[in-house]
Design a protein around this ligand. Sequence first.
Ligand code: AMP
Length: 410
Amino acid sequence: MASIGSVTRQIAALEITNNGKKPAGASSSSSSSFRPGHGKQPSQNVSKLLTKFSAPNPFPNTKPAQGSSLRHPTTATNATTHASSSKNSKAQPPGPLDIGTYDGGLEADEEKRGERVTGEAAEDLALDSSVSGKNPTREWTLHDFDIGRPLGKGKFGRVYMVRTKSEPKYILALKTLYKSEIVQSKVEKQIRREIEIQQNLRHPNVLRLYGYFHDEKRIFLMLEFAGKGELYKQLSKYGSFSERRSSRYIYQMADALIYLHGKHVIHRDIKPENLLLGINGELKIGDFGWSVHAPGNRRMTLCGTLDYLPPEMVEGKAHNERVDYWALGVLTYEFLVGAPPFEDRDSVNNTYRRIAKVDLKWPKDRELSPEVKDLITKLLRHDPQARIPLTDAIRHPWILKHNKFRESDA
Ligand code: AMP
């Protein structure tokens, strides 16, 4: 119970529905790390995945007294949010599940931002997982959490590390979104869609959305806590990654994309900024802002980040899930080189032009292996149909060279 790993496993129980039953088959299982067919098994339950990918006990010698060290140091009630916080709490040695110190950001925001939203937009944004779809969660409110350290700020609000007050104490990332700002940006439908997509996804490399609720002014998303933070920060810190590290990320990314495409979800905004790292350093796709749930649909909307746009989108043609194959090629290149392949910092038009011609140049100051050049070349094909299928990409020699798979998996 004291380890993050065990808590991660318990998080699976958040799926417990209103009638207190776990989803069918919610048991632990052992499985290989090579999951070529994984994308075709969307029904694999989250308990299995979390057990499989949960962290080892980082505090093997810590034996907390029953219930005490998991408990938050204080439970001071705040007048504005009524959420418990550790602000001004007496200093205590950090426990194994320390969630850090709350900075009062929610109350600060409450004074400065957030109008009430009315009408159709209010209906669109009345998002509550306790009444949603086939798998309603229990009913959640902000009072149910101890709020810890800030994890970051997004466009529409802050993200905090939190812990549920009731036993067992789950660790989560709680993301706030201000409804009025969503309406101002005219993205209420998009946000709703993003949440609807993410709540249905179960894959070890896709950030879980366990539940959501709202109050008059805000939406709260109960997200899986990505213990190692943003991948982009790591890339900025090191400039680029080794082939071994890149290959592991690309394998996880490809496996997650196979799963998403199997559910007719095209991501469309793959880039390092949208990737988080779990407690074991495993990759987590964390942003579904541009995802499209499009069974058999070919979309014409121009969106996504310029450097990752494929030729068909640059040229305004219809596109399908193979836009993500292209983006995987761009991501592989960026991990290894530290910059995307068609970048032109001076001219957007030149970036477009280079993408349209697939003007791929290898860096002079860095030796890349023939295997990875081969994979990148096969992903960055102008014709979407000519791009290497992801099921082949995860068996590419460059992936096999750097990832340990059991023989029986191959
Ligand atoms: P976002 O609004 O998703 O852009 O989140 C803002 C920042 O909060 C991100 O850049 C991350 O640093 C952090 N963050 C968001 N979600 C999580 C999470 N699930 N776990 C850990 N950190 C997160």
